[in-house]
Design a protein around this ligand. Structure first.
Ligand SMILES: [Zn+2]
Ligand SMILES: [Zn+2]
Ligand SMILES: [Zn+2]
Length: 467
């Protein structure tokens, strides 16, 4: 038999740390905090206090101080949306995204249920081609078969007769990196936001023309709302998936005009997507570029009733939510962090194609005429400066509103007619190895409990989807 000290020595550092935590008299309270963060993998440590007083009498209604907490600190969620960084927080974020997108489709979260009857489309816009890349095979098809072998000016084959599995590291890589237009790819990303703005303006303009209205009168008759998500494809260019909805002039609570049909909206979206162009100012180094959406434009109406043709609301909301939690390493999305030097690019675990994109950003970022694009600051996203999810103001609720709603459920809401005095300080973030192990266990338990609850709802045949 080994004595206690010898046994402890045989344990890993992680186990020893976990045992140290569990033996702490304040362990139960610490575990409560971890549970409140949902088992967040990188919690933020805060010290401070909040005092709530009655606004008239000055009487203290509530006082919270971290002085009595384990380690004199409070742990709060990191709120990272990426599953690769923090799985529990990314799940929460995916849930929020699902509810935001869904509320804009079928109502809820202060959006009236009538929006369901408004014309709504699910639109996918792509980036154009910047050069041929290897493609994942569908139905056993070959990558880029050619009847006659041909080579580009760099002596590389212009075709590929392989059948690539989607997991093949070649998928998304150019057939010839010297032929591939890296400059256009980066410039297109850097202007994707502008291209989207022009696209939405063009949709409004086309709708106005179709209705026989002067463009300037459009806001008096209708309002266009959207939620869009940017998704990186294997070739490291973004796709945009968007829910586009037509409301009356006052927004979601207002009936759209009689001329605002789903067919008219579809036609306007298709025509606008094909016609918009952003022309970059002339640069001695890179010339001029005319940037457009790619030829693959997908526009699908969302069905208002189950018997109608089209996609279901929940399918679309779930689809959008899935994309916002993807981390850079799961897609060809570059890095999750900003790059601070040319040498940083070598350290990024990424494909050669992705590294060339980052280097192109870095190089172009040094040109005075391209300074406004801040390409070095956005080298990790290949020039794309947008958020993964963006919504127009009237689309539905906000992430902040959902967080406030959750806080109210958990009992940390503001008391009406009261004054709150808070002072907080950032102490650090993360877990010790043992704490990380325990937090991961808590996160797993929460995820499993949710899985079971979902299974019971399904088994009970309850209308859980509408709850
Ligand atoms: Zn987290
Ligand atoms: Zn290939
Ligand atoms: Zn070539």
């Amino acid at each position: 038999m080994l004595d206690r000290a010898a046994r402890l020595r045989q344990l890993s550092e992680i186990d020893r740390d976990a045992i140290r935590l569990a033996q702490d008299p304040q362990f139960p309270r610490w575990l409560e905090q971890i549970t409140a963060t949902g088992g967040c993998a990188h919690p933020v440590h805060l010290a401070g206090s909040t005092t709530t007083r009655d606004a008239t009498t000055g009487e203290i209604l509530r006082h919270y101080d971290t002085r009595n907490e384990p380690g004199e600190r409070l742990l709060v969620r990191c709120r990272n949306r990426r599953a690769t960084v923090c799985a529990p927080c990314s799940r929460l974020h995916a849930g929020d995204t699902f509810h935001l997108v869904r509320a804009g489709l079928i109502g809820g979260k202060n959006v009236p249920d009538d929006v369901r009857e408004h014309p709504r489309l699910f639109v996918t816009l792509t980036a154009p081609s910047f050069g041929p890349v290897h493609r994942a095979s569908t139905a056993g098809k070959r990558c880029r078969p050619r009847r006659h072998a041909a080579h580009c000016s760099h002596e590389r084959p212009t075709g590929c007769s392989s059948v690539h599995d989607p997991a093949d590291s070649l998928v998304g890589q150019p057939l010839c990196t010297d032929c591939y237009d890296y400059v256009a790819h980066v410039l297109w990303h850097a202007h994707a936001g502008q291209l989207w703005d022009r696209f939405t303006r063009a949709v409004r303009r086309r709708l106005a023309v179709a209705a026989g209205l002067p463009q300037s009168h459009f806001p008096d008759h209708a309002r266009l709302s959207f939620a869009k998500v940017a998704e990186y494809q294997k070739r490291a260019a973004i796709h945009v998936h968007a829910v586009v909805r037509l409301d009356g002039p006052a927004g979601p609570a207002d009936t759209p005009p009689p001329w605002g049909t789903a067919d008219r909206l579809t036609a306007a979206v298709q025509a606008a997507a094909r016609s918009v162009v952003v022309r970059t100012p002339y640069s001695p180094a890179v010339g001029e570029h005319a940037l457009r959406w790619g030829g693959q434009i997908d526009v699908r109406p969302l069905r208002a009733r189950t018997e109608d043709y089209g996609l279901t609301d929940d399918a679309v909301a779930a689809y959008v939510a899935k994309y916002v939690t993807k981390g850079a390493s799961e897609t060809a999305a570059g890095a999750d962090w900003r790059l601070s030097s040319w040498d940083d690019i070598d350290a990024v675990p990424a494909s050669p194609h992705v590294r060339v994109l980052m280097r192109t950003c870095w190089r172009l970022g040094g040109l005075t005429e391209l300074e406004p694009l801040r390409l070095r600051s956005w080298a990790h996203t290949f020039g794309f400066r947008g958020h993964i999810l963006t919504k127009s103001r009237a689309y539905s609720a906000t992430y902040a509103a959902l967080r406030a709603e959750r806080a109210a459920h958990e009992g940390h809401d503001d008391v009406p007619g009261a004054l709150t005095d808070a002072s907080w300080r950032y102490l650090g973030s993360g877990h010790t190895p043992g704490a990380a192990l325990i937090a991961a266990g808590v996160a797993e338990d929460i995820a499993r409990a949710r899985e079971i609850a979902r299974g019971e709802l399904r088994a009970g045949g309850g209308d859980s989807e509408r709850s």
